[in-house]
Structures are given as structure tokens and as C-alpha cells.
Design a protein around this ligand. Structure first.
Ligand SMILES: Nc1ncnc2c1ncn2[C@@H]1O[C@H](COP(=O)(O)OP(=O)(O)O)[C@@H](O)[C@H]1O
Ligand SMILES: [Mg+2]
Length: 311
């Protein structure tokens, strides 16, 4: 049976596109047929990540509006056979995508692939709502994955996205924590994935470290999996879990730091101006104080009401 997964987040830039592309590649490399739908209308990215940017002719909006057949818009990855992309429209808006049409497209894709992944637009507005409305159907059996980075803004966004998902007819999301920095976790400067999962009260699907190889891969338009790196191992574990496996969770930041690591790990020190702030020196600095009302320059005859902006 086909598995359909929506990759969403509250905040943008947390790695939805990177994560959905790499997991799609990992599953296709295992011999599964995977279709990745780029639903980020107006800001398509998956064509770049999958090295297909020069081959896009038709897109999701073209299919939804009947300007081409679904098969004409689907592009197969040049690097990984069995991995297909349905690109987003670059010059359209989220409201141009009719959720009913997307629902129909998802139903068709489910008949053709083992996995259908949907890379959602960021934020909590119309774009995400349209995609959630399309996925919210008992017949489609859509699962949702929330991608989050270990910071308060992203966690707050994820909380709002989870509540939006909860209002639709969709399953409870699982959580992917991306861009973890083991050294920062060890020094107590970053949340662990488990802490975020318990803050959001969501099951943890996986954790991915911050890895420069991800940036290099994207710069070269190559799959992350093409490089032997920690992120690759993390993605393979998550792909295994999607297939029903139960690989152990890594302990990013767990365990005791080694003697050498403790010796060489940089210590964060406060900068001098922060140390002096609030110590009676605020008036001597050049920064304006918030509680000081600006006064009119001497000789300025304008009255206060002249400062009002007329319509
Ligand atoms: N695990 C990671 N390590 C390093 N960089 C990452 C990682 N995941 C994502 N990035 C970088 O973060 C940026 C945003 O990722 P992207 O997948 O476009 O996010 P989104 O789709 O949520 O907007 C990209 O520049 C990407 O290279
Ligand atoms: Mg994206």
C-alpha cells in the first residue's frame, strides 16, 4: 500500500525541502517508487535539490488546471531511478492551487507510487491550509511530519502547525528535529530532540545533525546521500523507520564529553558592552533611550500637529 506523508513546519527555513528530498532519495535507493510533490507554490526548490531544474516544463498548477497530463509533469531524477518530482509552479500563488484538485492528484499518485511525499509551503497561512485541506481525507490516509529546528521560534511555530493539523481530519504528526549540534547540546546551549518532543508532546520520528555536507551537496546539486557524512547516516535511519524498522536513536550530545573535547571546546564569554549595560552607563552611550521623547530642533517653528502624516 502507498504511504503519503506531508512535511510541514510553522516556521520556514527549518529544512522541510532538504529532509523530504533526502528521505525520498533514500527510499528510492532502496528500490521504492517515490513521488515528491513540491507544493511550495511560487518558491519551488525541489527541482534544484534533485538536479532537475533544466528539465521542468509543466508543474503542479498545470496539472491541477488540466493544461497537461500528470505523466507529462512528472520528472525522474537523473541520479536515483524510481524518484520522481512533480514540480511547483514558480510564477503562481498558493491560492491558485485548488485543494480539491490537489486531492485528486494525490489519489492518482497513490495508485502509482509506494511513497508520495508533499513538501509544504512554510507558515500557517493559505498555502499550508490548502495542502492540509487536500490531505484531510479518510480515503487518502495521509500522515504528517513536522520538521523543527532546536530553537524556541521554530518550536512555537511547530506548536501552532500541530494545532492546525489537529483541526483537520489528519493523523497526529510525528516530529523530525533537524540541525542539532552535539557540542552545543553537550554544553547545555541547545535543546535535545527528546526535550522538543516532550515540549510538543509529539512522537519523535528522527533527529538530524547540522552537517556542512548538506550545504555542499546542495551547492553541487547532488543528493546528500552521495556523501559519507553524519547527516547521511541519520537520514538512512529515518528512512528505515518509515519502512517499519526500529534502528536505535543516536545520542547526539549524550554521554560524557571526552577529556580532549572538554579541553578544546570553546567557552562562550559575555562581550564587554553587555557586562556594562545597566550599570549606570546607559546615558553616556550613543544609543537612543527608548523612554526619551524626541524633541524638535531649536528654531523649528513647526507645531506637533504638523508632524502628523496627512492621508
Ligand atoms: N541538517 C542540515 N545541516 C546543514 N544545513 C542544513 C541542514 N538542513 C537544512 N540545511 C540548510 O538550511 C537551509 C534551509 O533548508 P530548506 O530545506 O530549504 O528549508 P525549508 O524547506 O524548511 O524552508 C538550506 O540552506 C539548507 O542547506
Ligand atoms: Mg522549502
Amino acid at each position: 500500500m502507498s504511504k503519503t506523508i506531508l512535511f510541514a513546519s510553522g516556521k520556514g527555513g527549518v529544512g522541510k525541502s532538504t529532509v523530504s528530498a533526502t528521505l525520498a532519495a533514500a527510499l528510492a535507493a532502496k528500490g521504492r517508487r517515490v513521488v515528491l510533490v513540491d507544493a511550495d507554490i511560487g518558491l519551488r526548490s525541489q527541482d534544484l535539490l534533485l538536479n532537475l531544474e533544466s528539465r521542468v516544463v509543466y508543474d503542479l498548477i498545470d496539472v491541477a488546471r488540466g493544461r497537461c497530463l500528470l505523466s507529462q509533469a512528472l520528472l525522474e531524477s537523473p541520479d536515483i531511478p524510481g524518484l520522481f518530482l512533480l514540480p511547483a509552479a514558480q510564477f503562481a500563488r498558493c491560492r491558485d492551487l485548488d485543494p480539491k484538485k490537489l486531492k485528486r492528484i494525490l489519489a492518482l499518485l497513490q495508485g502509482q507510487a509506494n511513497y508520495v511525499f508533499i513538501d509544504c509551503p512554510a507558515g500557517l497561512e493559505r498555502g499550508l491550509r490548502n495542502v492540509l485541506n487536500a490531505g484531510a481525507s479518510e480515503k487518502l490516509h495521509v500522515e504528517t511530519v513536522l520538521v523543527v529546528t532546536p530553537d524556541d521560534l521554530s518550536v512555537r511555530g511547530a506548536e501552532r502547525a500541530a494545532s492546525l493539523i489537529g483541526k483537520k481530519d489528519l493523523s497526529r504528526p510525528s516530529l523530525l528535529v533537524n540541525r542539532l549540534n552535539p557540542d552545543m547540546i553537550r554544553s547545555g546551549d541547545m535543546y535535545t530532540a527528546q526535550t522538543i518532543a516532550s515540549l510538543l508532546d509529539l512522537p519523535l520520528l528522527g533527529e538530524i545533525p547540522e552537517d556542512p555536507a548538506v550545504v555542499t551537496a546542495q551547492l553541487r546539486h547532488r543528493p546528500v546521500l552521495a556523501y559519507e557524512c553524519e547527516a547521511r547516516r541519520a537520514f538512512l535511519r529515518i528512512a528505515d523507520r518509515l519502512e517499519g524498522g526500529a534502528p536505535a536513536f543516536p545520542s547526539y550530545g549524550g554521554g560524557k564529553p571526552s577529556f580532549l573535547r572538554r579541553l578544546f571546546s570553546p567557552k562562550l564569554r559575555e562581550a564587554p558592552w553587555m557586562a556594562s549595560a545597566g550599570a549606570g552607563k546607559a546615558d553616556s552611550g550613543s544609543a537612543p533611550r527608548e523612554d526619551t521623547k524626541p524633541t524638535a530642533p531649536a528654531g523649528d517653528s513647526q507645531s506637533e500637529s504638523d508632524d502628523e502624516i496627512s492621508p
